[in-house]
Design a protein around this ligand. Sequence first.
Ligand code: CFM
Ligand code: HCA
Length: 531
Amino acid sequence: MDAKTMVLDKYSARIYKNRKEHIIVMDGNGEIPTIAANARSAPGIITERGCCYAGCKGVVVGPIKDVLTITHGPIGCGFYSWGTRRNQAKASKEGEPVFVQYMFSTDMQEPDIVFGGEKKLRQAIKEAMEIFNPKAIMICSTCPVGLIGDDVQAVATETEKLYGITCIAFSCEGYKGVSQSAGHHIANNGLMKQVIGTKDTPIENPFTVNILGEYNIGGDGFEQIRILNKCGIDVRTSFTGDAAIDDLKAAHMANLNLVMCHRSINYIAEMMEVKYGIPWLKVNFIGLESTCNTLRDIGKFFGDQKLIDRIEAVIAEEMAEVAAEREHYRTRLTGKTAALYVGGSRAHHYQLLLNDFGVKTVLAGYEFAHRDDYEGRDVIPTIKEDADGKNIEHMTVEADPEKYHAYLTPEQLEAVKAEIPLSEYKGMMHGMEEGSLVVDDLNHYETEAFTRILKPDIFFTGVKDKYAIQKDGTMSRQLHSYDYSGPYAGFKGAMKFGHDVVMGLYTPCWGMVSPPWKNRATIEAHIGGGN
Ligand code: CFM
Ligand code: HCA
């Protein structure tokens, strides 16, 4: 029996039918199969997914450093999203605030659920103004807020008038989507409507970009900006790692958007292109080869010979600097195998970094990606409207008569599109080897089962399953938080990654773990009811 059949075999007929569409065995003939994605998780299954609030507050809104974000809801939601992704941030200049290490919440109690929570929200805003005097406040709603009908939008409008600051409310109740993905969309809409384009700070350098979908986990964004600056490219802002609200407001003045994590930010990328004329380029700073390709693509977009030469000089210098260290890790890692299970883009990006060190991927999956993230952007017209789509506004924008600007003429843009991934990305399945598995919404049972069958040397995943995997005798590293290491992006980050993986794999402890399933009988049962 192959791995997929062995794992599915334990399911009842109902769950089998559901899950079989989410698990693909790559056949290596170059054709990209269809996968079921962005659908509700099977009831009763222990999924690793998060909620809509996590996607909006935890991922997109939370990292904005000088905005005070209030979680309107019971304390658990705020606690869960309190700095846990280790988004790094430093003050833009002396005296400027950084709020990311705080967690602000209205701490709703039963009486607030019964009598309404708006009063408590107003009080929280008043306290926030008195103690911190922020230039902007964002409100993120959790499940009960939507259920009892608090009008958070009205409170935000009132706050703007009362205190003369920017205040935005996000109705990102956890239940609004099947996963974090819905929250990304809601956050994107809010930023597009009320932030981007509201401050016209001109750029000083024509080679000025924004980095979209970079949240500065472990300082990844810092390393990307270091490299870009060295090439002579300015970064107006990241979305939203280490971002300052005033820079986000003036993001529409940049000449190119670089898209790191397309899953979480493609909505803004597309809308900024239509409204402000800024093309977007899919980039990847994870992996040495990927970083070099990305830099060369940016050079091609701007088409300036001096810039192109500078980029080549930076690549040569940086690659020479890491050459010996890379070889050290490569000799220790070549031939090892890995499984990766992360949110919506890292399971792809990190396969390329692993390739740099000769590590083969045997399984890769996403928590909440859509079909295009697996299969490639060209399948978008064939995707059926999903559960999230019905709950979330599909914003349409038009060209802004005053702020629209184009760095390239339409003819130049077409010509350069033939060479670099402008407005497009290939899905994770492209390039995955014959026999490797792609699994959408991997659950706890499948994680354990696939680990035992495929026996990867290392399983990259998150906090919910890392320890179960390690107790099973397989090394696991968190690709969300980097286990508080990093950065892993760019040239220097790739070395840090190689270092951490070698350190972990060459620790003798893995051979000493004796998982219970090896020496004790385990209960065998079917999952999902039935027999
Ligand atoms: Fe994008 Fe992210 Fe990811 Fe993501 Fe996330 Fe994240 Fe992630 Mo955790 S935005 S999809 S919603 S790269 S929080 S910084 S690590 S699951 S793979
Ligand atoms: C989230 C955040 C998360 C969780 C990480 C994990 C993150 O999905 O709400 O499960 O280890 O990166 O912090 O993805």
